[in-house]
Design a protein around this ligand. Structure first.
Ligand code: HEC
Ligand code: HEC
Length: 850
């Protein structure tokens, strides 16, 4: 933050004059305080008029920075170990230019890149797309809206009327299909290169939700990618050759294409579209390509069938007309919101500080993910560096605005046009905690690791989705792609940019109230179906007759095409209808709240203690449950606290043997109430610290501390006990003390009572003094439980807690996977410790509907 050089400050000052800044409009939601990201009007959500100048400004300032700092930069290595690595120079530029740049302009630019950034990637020939929209407008719908896309209202998306038939008029491109500098084909003369449109992030990650709001970051589950691609292949054939729908046309697409041709002839004149194709489209494509290019995008009927048999919102990730990998495994488009970025959270996930992106959970980071996108759909796969545009865009600092904008994307608010039953959501939460958090224990509801397909019994072809990329031996040693495979395998060695886990990871639960498709292959059409019995599920799949079986049943079809299977993940079958409905209400109202969640103040002692009875050794974990401090003890059978005894993880209910006393209260330089405190260790040593309440959170208040992070008390490595701020050190006649803890960012007064006089002995109760409804934990049972232990070595412990009024027993889980202990408490808190004793904890504050 403080790295700004004078040059940059000058640049920022200029920016405030030059750059158009929009305000967040009433009725719109902003993920970052600057951009309008969710709202009812498409143009307002796209914000072309603001984001475009912001991006021009950013790139121009970046150019200037590179010139002004050429001397410094030339002294810093620009070597990259692989395409997945940043060079020292790139890191320097990111630190010193990108991350000190005016944030509003930066994020606006990132948003522009989300909607219009092409990064020199290739896509569909422009002449072809224009022709489809021009002559088959009724079939495609405005802006391909008949295929689940949205017509881009901006002038930049206007396709001029064709010169050959000006009376046809102009058309608009869909959102997410934008002009690219990339091209297609290997034209002998560069002037003949076939101009392309590329798919931008918004084609697949932007949706109009059920409440009418357009939302950035929501998976485009209405986008009928497969039918659109197939129509693109079939329209010319039907137009030129009059090929009618074929016998094996599974869901009437071919017939509807044939009808579209007839309609076009009726509307614009017989053969008008055909002649336009021959003159305006074919001529361009033939001039700009060599026969191999055309062959590379032609699909056999069988290959097209694979496309046609899919449903909206899914995609075969690498499919013609981009590079085809020859593997047919569909994945559903994913939501972009609430991607964890905090390194501690990422560690907690066991992802080694990697973000675990994609359905296989193997994508290491957003930066690399986007770089993968750029390099995989590069215009010239053989010699990408021969293109200036490629060399420009492949530099991280060019697209880092997009990364920073993606990091800011959150989840849309709950819809205001309907109500959710809060009590049902609360009941559903308890069901979720008992049945689902053994796997869905990430801060956003995601699984914290990928699962083998067999563990959740979902279709397994998905495990092969990256085979051709990563396995040079694929296709009998030939490699699937003549062009791309060698390059990508060389550029993205497995384990560098991402990992081929061959598994599946549940994504974050985002806006589940919005209708969509579920699971990685999008095979399930509702939460009711997902949480019901597999036998009752309806399939999106269309039965495809084959030569051997002209009239297959759906069962036979799914058996023959396992990639469409919707039978897996059957975890709610035994629920009563009421429980299922409650659970669904909970899921629909699920909130990820990840940013507020980054208050990781639980900690295991670094000291290995001998237990009182001398029989085992322990590490203490002090953590917050629902913002309430509690203590957990982990036992070991050896003296080094190395050999974890899984049968003993408990709340020792030890005495609260440290004290904190508030001395004076003052207002700190940031304007918050602060307290100087003294606290006494059990051995009598005394420490002092300063703490503050900032924005309702208890913070370490040393002047200049950048980020208040919840309660943070220093030097507390070996003092078990309830954490919190003692109101005073007075022990009342009822052997109780007053204490402050923070619940959901709000100060709450509590009373802690003890078994012994003078507040000694065990804690008897922790009682809310005010009307706080939060239940206090009471550890009543600890034991091993292997119900959810699907793969060894993993142990699960049920830990029961109950509210002070003795209602509502809650079952909690502790998982031990390999040598890592994971804890999950009512979705409020998760903690992990690995075999090295490193601990990673996090409060996730997942709230249900209020
Ligand atoms: C043609 C459709 C399409 C386009 C265009 C597209 N994506 Fe995706 N995106 C997907 C699909 C499908 C997945 C799931 C991939 C998988 O793991 O199989 C995905 C996954 C992701 C994920 C992983 C999310 C998570 O939680 O793990 C991120 C991040 C992402 N895309 C960002 C982007 C960005 C940024 C762009 C633009 C540069 C982009 N995508 C362009 C279809 C698309
Ligand atoms: C054994 C681990 C496990 C258990 C138990 C489990 N899940 Fe899942 N869940 C997964 C995995 C893995 C996926 C991703 C599977 C896929 O996409 O094929 C998933 C996917 C989901 C999805 C779909 C997310 C999406 O965007 O498509 C929902 C919703 C879900 N689970 C809810 C639940 C609920 C509710 C329960 C408890 C009744 C539950 N799960 C139990 C592992 C589990």
């Amino acid at each position: 933050m403080l790295k700004k050089t004078p040059v940059l400050l000058a640049v920022s000052a200029l920016l405030s004059w030059n750059t158009a800044h929009a305000d967040v409009l009433p009725g719109y939601q902003s993920y970052n305080g600057f951009t309008n990201d969710v709202g009812p009007d498409l143009a307002t959500v796209i914000e072309w008029d603001v984001t475009k100048p912001a991006c021009d400004q950013y790139q121009a300032d970046l150019d200037q920075y590179l010139i002004d700092n050429a001397d410094v930069l030339s002294g810093i290595s620009d070597e990259e170990a692989s395409l997945a690595d940043l060079s020292d120079r790139e890191i320097y530029i990111i630190d010193n230019f990108v991350d000190t740049y005016d944030r509003q302009t930066l994020l606006s630019c990132g948003k522009y890149q989300y909607f219009y950034g092409h990064f020199d990637t290739t896509g569909a020939p422009q002449v072809m797309v224009d022709w489809m929209l021009q002559y088959f407008d009724d079939f495609m719908g405005p802006g391909m809206s008949n295929f689940g896309m949205y017509e881009d209202p901006n002038a930049v998306a206007t396709i001029p009327a064709p010169a050959s038939n000006p009376e046809i008029g102009t058309r608009q491109l869909p959102v997410g299909i934008a002009h690219s500098s990339g091209d297609f084909g290997n034209a002998a003369d560069p002037a003949d290169a076939i101009k392309v449109y590329s798919f931008t992030c918004s084609s697949c990650h932007f949706k109009q939700m059920d409440d009418g709001n357009f939302a950035v970051g929501i998976a485009s589950t209405d986008f009928d990618y497969a039918r659109m691609t197939a129509a693109q292949g079939q329209l010319p054939l039907s137009t030129l050759l009059g090929i009618p729908g074929e016998a094996h046309d599974p869901d009437g697409l071919m017939a509807s294409v044939a009808q579209a041709v007839a309609d076009s002839n009726a509307k614009y004149g017989q053969d008008v579209a055909k002649n336009a194709f021959l003159n305006d489209v074919n001529a361009v494509i033939l001039a700009g390509s060599v026969p191999e290019d055309l062959a590379s995008i032609q699909s056999t009927p069988e290959e097209q069938l694979v496309n046609w048999a899919t449903w909206p919102g899914v995609q075969d990730f690498l499919v013609r007309p981009m590079q085809d990998d020859g593997v047919h495994a569909m994945t559903r488009m994913m939501n972009n919101g609430a991607i964890p970025t905090d390194p501690n959270v990422l560690k907690q996930f066991g992802f080694n500080e990697q973000q675990g992106l994609g359905w296989n959970g193997g994508g290491y980071s957003l930066i690399q993910f986007i770089r993968g996108f750029i390099t995989m759909t590069v215009s010239d796969p053989d010699t990408p560096e021969s293109r200036d545009e490629y060399n420009y865009w492949v530099k991280e600092y060019r697209y880092l605005p997009l990364v920073r904008y993606l990091e800011s994307i959150d989840e849309p608010s709950l819809p205001t046009d309907r109500s959710f039953d809060t009590a049902a959501a609360k009941r559903g939460e308890a069901i979720f905690d008992s049945n689902c958090t053994s796997c869905h224990n990430g801060p956003g509801g995601e699984t914290s690791r990928p699962y083998a397909h067999a563990e959740v019994n979902v279709e397994a072809e998905h495990a092969n989705i990256y085979n051709p990329v990563w396995d040079p031996d694929a296709f009998d040693g030939a490699g699937g792609w003549e062009n791309g495979i060698a390059l990508i395998a060389e550029r993205f060695p497995a384990g560098v940019t991402g990992e081929v886990t061959r598994k599946v990871k549940a994504p974050r639960f985002i806006s589940l109230w919005d209708d969509r498709t579920y699971l990685h292959n999008g095979s399930i059409d509702s939460l009711e179906s997902l949480l019901g019995c597999a036998a009752d599920r309806t399939s999106y799949a269309t039965v495809i007759p084959t030569a051997e079986n002209p009239n297959p049943t759906m069962e036979e079809h799914l058996a023959a095409n396992p990639i469409f299977s919707n039978k897996g993940h059957e975890f709610g079958c035994s629920f009563s209808a009421e429980d299922r409905a409650d659970l669904i209400t909970f899921l629909q109202t699920f909130k990820t709240n990840r940013n507020e969640g980054n208050k990781y103040n639980g900690q295991f002692d670094s000291v290995c203690h001998v237990r009182n009875n001398g029989t085992s050794y322990q590490l203490n974990l002090t953590f917050r449950h629902g913002n309430n401090m509690a203590l957990m003890t982990k036992h070991f059978s050896d003296g080094q606290c190395a050999d974890f005894d899984t049968s003993l993880v408990n709340n020792p209910s030890v005495a609260l043997n440290w004290d904190m006393q508030v001395n004076d209260t003052f207002i700190n330089s940031r304007g918050y109430e602060s307290h100087n405190v003294t606290y006494t260790h059990p051995d009598g040593t005394v420490d002092q610290d300063t703490i503050a309440l900032e924005d309702g959170q208890l913070a370490n208040a040393v002047e200049g501390d950048p980020e208040p992070r919840g309660l943070f008390v220093r030097h507390r490595t070996d003092y078990p006990g309830l954490n919190g701020l003692w109101l005073n050190d007075e022990c009342r006649v009822d052997n109780a003390r007053g204490m402050v803890v923070i619940q959901d960012g709000v100060r709450v007064d509590k009373s802690v009572s003890y078994s012994g006089a003078d507040c000694s002995g065990d804690v008897l109760s922790v009682v809310n003094v005010d009307s706080w409804t939060f239940e206090d934990p009471e550890w009543t049972l600890v034991g091993t439980h292997d119900t959810y232990s699907i793969s060894a070595p993993k142990y699960n412990m049920h830990l029961k807690m109950k509210s002070t009024d003795a209602t509502g027993n809650w079952t909690q889980f502790a998982n031990v996977t390999d040598n890592t202990l994971h804890l999950m408490f009512n979705n409020y808190f998760a903690a992990s410790i690995n075999g090295n004793g490193e601990h990673y904890t996090r409060i996730s504050d997942i709230l249900t509907a209020q």
